[in-house]
Design a protein around this ligand. Structure first.
Ligand SMILES: [Mg+2]
Length: 212
C-alpha cells in the first residue's frame, strides 16, 4: 500500500491511478521497454529560472524526430520531471498542464509518431524529501506500473519503495537526463541512465540508445 506520508508523483492531465489510454506503437506490439525522459535539457531548453509558461518553452532541435524514433523502435515514452515551482508556491498545476499541452502539441506537429505516452512530475519543494522527487525513483516506479497495467487493461494499484514487491524488468529500458540527479534516479530505480548535453538534448544520445 501507499504510505500516507509518502509524497508520490502527480500525473499530467489526470489522477495518478486513473486509466491510461495507450496509443498503439507505430511498428507493432510493445515488448516491455520504457524510455524514461527528463524534460528540461532533454526535450526542451532548460532554464535556471524554470520554464514558467508555454511561451518560455523552446523545443530542442530533432526532439520530435528522436521521440518518434524511440516509439518506432518499440519504446513506451514517459516524461519524469521535477517541478518544484509548484511546491515553492510560484505557480499552479494548471499552469504546468498548459506547458505540457504545448510540449505535446509541438512534438506532434513536427512528427505524428512523437507521442508522449505519459507525463509524470514531482511538484514538491526539495526540502519536502518527496519519494517522487529525483534522485528518488518514485516517478519511475509509478510510470512502470501505470504503463504495464494499462497495457494489460488491469486496474492501476500503485506501490512504492519496499511495498512494491514485484519489481519490473528494466534491462531494455533507459532513462535520459542532463543532470547527475537524473542518473541517480536511474540508478536508484535500476535502469540504465544515459546523460545528454543539455544544449543538444535527446538527439545527442539517440544513436547510442538505438544502437545505430
Ligand atoms: Mg533536466
Amino acid at each position: 500500500m501507499v504510505c500516507e506520508f509518502m509524497l508520490i508523483p502527480r500525473r499530467d492531465g489526470a489522477e495518478i491511478d486513473s486509466p491510461l489510454d495507450l496509443l498503439p506503437l507505430p511498428n507493432g506490439p510493445w515488448n516491455g521497454k520504457i524510455a524514461y525522459l527528463d524534460r528540461d535539457g532533454v526535450l526542451n531548453v532548460g532554464s535556471e529560472n524554470y520554464i514558467n509558461s508555454p511561451d518560455e518553452l523552446v523545443i530542442l532541435p530533432d526532439t520530435a524526430k528522436s521521440v518518434a524514433a524511440l516509439r518506432e523502435s518499440g519504446f513506451r515514452v514517459c516524461v519524469v520531471t521535477n517541478q518544484s515551482p509548484i511546491g515553492r508556491g510560484l505557480w499552479s498545476h494548471d499552469n504546468l498542464h498548459e506547458i505540457h499541452n504545448k510540449l505535446r502539441e509541438s512534438l506532434l506537429s513536427e512528427n505524428t509518431n512523437a507521442h508522449l505516452d505519459l507525463i509524470l512530475y514531482s511538484p514538491y519543494a526539495p526540502w519536502e524529501g518527496a519519494w517522487a522527487r529525483k534522485p528518488n525513483p518514485g516517478m519511475l516506479e509509478a510510470a512502470r506500473q501505470i504503463i504495464s497495467a494499462s497495457e494489460k487493461n488491469v486496474e492501476i494499484k500503485l506501490k512504492f519503495d519496499n511495498d512494491w514487491d514485484e519489481k519490473s524488468d528494466e534491462s531494455n529500458s533507459i532513462m535520459v537526463g542532463d543532470r547527475e540527479v537524473d542518473m541517480m534516479a536511474a540508478f536508484n530505480f535500476g535502469v540504465k541512465g544515459i546523460r545528454c548535453d543539455p544544449e543538444v538534448g535527446i538527439s545527442d544520445v539517440i544513436s547510442e540508445i538505438l544502437g545505430d
